[in-house]
Write a protein that binds this ligand. Structure first.
Ligand SMILES: Nc1ncnc2c1ncn2[C@@H]1O[C@H](COP(=O)(O)OP(=O)(O)OP(=O)(O)O)[C@@H](O)[C@H]1O
Ligand SMILES: [Mg+2]
Length: 273
């Protein structure tokens, strides 16, 4: 990473399931957005780490994307219109997150992935990291999100927030990638369907195959995959590096703050060595 940025750097995802509806594209959880941002900001002020936040969009983005078949790119003018509608929906939610952050005194600055990177068949293939590095150097908290992208092969594509994190990890070599979602981590089976499923506390090269076998899709309107996407992209991001990945429950009040200041909470750790 840029030599001028000397603090520890964390990349943190706020899951769309925490801040938006699962099925209703008009549902936005304003008070949860505020609570989670406050937990992050309190920890950041106490510990002094640098952080890039990235958020998902829940049904706000997934519903129009699915309706217009955006992930498969340019197949029809209808899909092109859908790309615009989906991009606006994700951006609108990002505007709300950014404004709430400003309202609580957190110095965030919004960066849409389609303006600092490009995809090739749905995968980010190049990143222009200079603006984010400049923002970090001057103590901003860059905020980014799952987005509709210009795509070199298929015209446009729709990427998960996890894909944004994977690409940013490549450019920034963060100490930690933290994925906050609506469950405590990776379980042996989907805990929303099987209350007896046990938490898998660590994923590494020895059990990654088993972990991917346990991880399934989410139960909502979803176009970027649920737990499976988290495990595969987190593992890809940390593989062969010293970065550690974590999946934890941002829906449980206090867990995000506690994790960031080093207190004990439940999570799954993903390591690549
Ligand atoms: N083995 C598993 N362990 C834990 N969760 C699982 C498992 N298999 C499937 N899941 C599902 O993964 C979901 C979390 O992923 P999901 O993509 O819905 O959340 P998110 O990332 O917070 O939201 P978004 O994708 O909108 O940003 C859980 O709610 C659960 O239904
Ligand atoms: Mg998801």
């Amino acid at each position: 990473m840029d030599g001028l940025i000397k603090k520890e750097l964390y990349l943190l995802k706020i899951g769309g399931s925490l801040i938006a509806g699962q099925r209703n594209p008009n549902e936005i959880k304003y008070s949860e957005i505020r609570r989670i941002l406050k937990e992050i900001d309190n920890a950041r002020r106490e510990r002094g780490f640098n952080i890039i936040i990235s958020h998902g969009s829940g049904a706000v983005g997934h519903a129009p994307s699915k309706h217009y078949d955006v992930p498969n790119g340019f197949r029809s003018e209808k899909a092109r219109i859908g790309s615009v509608i989906t991009e606006r929906a994700c951006n609108r939610l990002n505007g709300i997150v950014t404004e709430i952050a400003n309202d609580i005194g957190m110095p965030v600055f919004s960066f849409s992935p389609h303006s600092f990177s490009i995809t090739n068949n749905g995968k980010i293939s190049s990143v222009y990291a200079a603006p984010l590095k400049a923002a970090l150097r001057y103590n901003w908290v860059p905020v980014t999100y799952g987005d509709v992208m210009m795509d070199l092969k298929q015209g446009f594509s729709d990427i998960s927030t996890e894909e944004v994190l994977r690409a940013l990890a490549n450019s920034f070599s963060p100490e930690k990638i933290i994925v906050c979602t609506d469950v405590d981590g990776l379980f042996e089976g989907n805990p929303k369907l099987d209350a007896g499923a046990r938490l898998i506390r660590k994923v590494d090269r020895k059990n990654i195959k088993m972990a991917l076998g346990c991880a399934g899709p989410s139960l909502k309107v979803d176009i970027t995959g649920g737990m499976k996407t988290k495990i595969s992209l987190l593992y890809n991001a940390v593989k062969g590096t010293g970065t550690r990945g974590y999946i934890l429950n941002g829906g449980r009040r206090g867990d995000v703050y506690k994790f960031l200041v080093g207190q004990e909470v439940d999570y799954t750790e993903v390591v690549g060595r």
